[in-house]
Design a protein around this ligand. Structure first.
Ligand SMILES: Cc1cc2nc3c(=O)[nH]c(=O)nc-3n(C[C@H](O)[C@H](O)[C@H](O)COP(=O)(O)OP(=O)(O)OC[C@H]3O[C@@H](n4cnc5c(N)ncnc54)[C@H](O)[C@@H]3O)c2cc1C
Length: 366
């Protein structure tokens, strides 16, 4: 078994992990980033669309280009990035167990930053195990990373930004989107993404759900129906669609296992995706020296993931004595101000309240 000693170990090379590593390396820390994928960038790596948000947070730049910029910056600062490396657990706050390219690796770190991102939620309907039913993220990976169309005729379930964007990308890739359905009475994502689909002629049906998928060896069709205000199907409104792929885009939940294995207490807020590691204003969990950032600390967006990553990297460097208290507090205040601004719109209100509540000790499980 190989053993390594580092000042700061970062788990996950998505926007949060890369931003954390850049910030910590700028302050003079020796940083090792580990990611299970073969390419760094996390979700950014498969996002071909131009990002929304503010110019300061690279709105208008395509996701994979943002990932490349962050990667170049991290490497320029001497951050080591170990790919094909799964971190399986952390114990005693500073010992990380990993498997790198099939070989065991033990990393003794003075500080750990967990930035493992989020997982897709599933929906369980008759036929959900048929080949052809998949998460929208899986479809996005097939199209944008592997250049494979997941199916010719798609039903998209869920109208958050993920559902809207992946459905549009399916059109760009040459597929047909037979319908996009949403159980809520309103579209969940940004109007700009929904408008693109509507302009392309995709039927968008709110207050609709999927009743089941059918097919012999793979998906051949799906039945959808209208729902009432209690989300109960309305008899007589069933419609059969001939589709060969059903994408489920019904939210994400934080990938909390590594942080909880480290011993962190969990918090629970639906607005942030359910369970996530409880953390303080420095992004430190209940285990001293173990920090979290990004979607694992509550599902939000890449822009907030980057800012939380910066804060975690800065806090870890400060806790190692690499920067003065004055420098830390000034920079942390700036980052917290930007996070506040990012959570200031109507889409961010519930997330802002939930983040404020955990600092008051609310929602933290025993
Ligand atoms: C379709 C889609 C469109 C989006 N569009 C936008 C947008 O326009 N603007 C925006 O701001 N946000 C957007 N987002 C959201 C944004 O991509 C995420 O919020 C952001 O990527 C979260 O960053 P992260 O670093 O926390 O996690 P991730 O990007 O998910 O990165 C986590 C990394 O950790 C790795 N990892 C996990 N567990 C382990 C382990 N045990 N060992 C090693 N590695 C591990 C994962 O493989 C991954 O590479 C979009 C998301 C999707 C799905």
């Amino acid at each position: 078994m190989t053993m390594r000693e580092v000042q700061i170990a970062v788990v996950g090379a998505g926007p949060a992990g890369l931003a954390a590593s850049v910030e910590a390396a700028r302050k003079g820390a020796q940083v090792l980033v580990m990611d299970e994928q073969l390419e760094p960038g996390g979700q950014l790596y498969k996002q071909i669309h131009k990002f929304f948000g503010s110019r300061e947070h690279l709105a208008g730049v395509r996701g994979f280009d943002i990932g490349r910029q962050m990667l170049a910056e991290a490497q320029g600062l001497g951050v080591e990035i170990l790919l094909d490396t799964v971190v399986q657990g952390i114990c005693d706050g500073n010992t990380l167990f990993a498997v790198t390219r099939g070989e065991p690796l033990l990393v003794m770190a003075q500080r750990a930053i967990v930035a493992t991102g989020a997982n897709e939620n599933n929906l369980y309907f008759p036929g959900w195990t048929l080949p052809g039913v998949m998460g929208a993220g899986a479809a996005q990976t097939m199209m944008n990373v592997h250049m494979v169309l997941p199916g010719k005729r798609m039903l998209m379930v869920g109208s958050g930004n993920v559902g809207l964007i992946v459905a549009y990308q399916a059109l760009l890739a040459g597929g047909e989107v037979k319908m996009l359905i949403e159980a809520a009475p309103r579209i969940g994502g940004y109007g700009v993404h929904a408008a693109k689909l509507a302009r392309a002629g995709v039927p968008i049906r709110t207050s609709h759900t999927i009743l089941g998928a059918w097919g012999d060896r793979q998906v051949e069709g799906a039945t959808v129906a209208q729902v009432d205000k209690d989300w109960k199907p309305v008899p007589g409104t069933e419609v059969d669609l001939e589709v060969d792929v059903i994408c489920v885009a019904v939210g994400l939940r934080p990938l909390i296992e590594v942080a909880l294995m480290a011993g962190s207490r969990a918090a629970w807020f639906p607005a942030l995706g359910g369970h996530f590691p409880a953390h303080n204003e420095r992004m430190e969990t209940s285990v001293p020296g173990v920090f979290v950032a990004g979607d694992v600390a509550g599902v939000e967006e890449a822009s907030t993931a980057m800012e939380e990553g910066r804060l975690a990297g800065l806090s870890a460097a400060w806790s190692l004595g690499l920067i003065s208290d004055d420098c830390y507090h000034a920079e942390a205040r700036d980052i917290q101000g930007r996070l506040e601004a990012l959570r200031s719109g109507p889409f961010g209100a519930a997330r802002r309240q939930a983040k404020a509540a955990i600092l008051e000790g609310e929602g933290i499980l025993a």
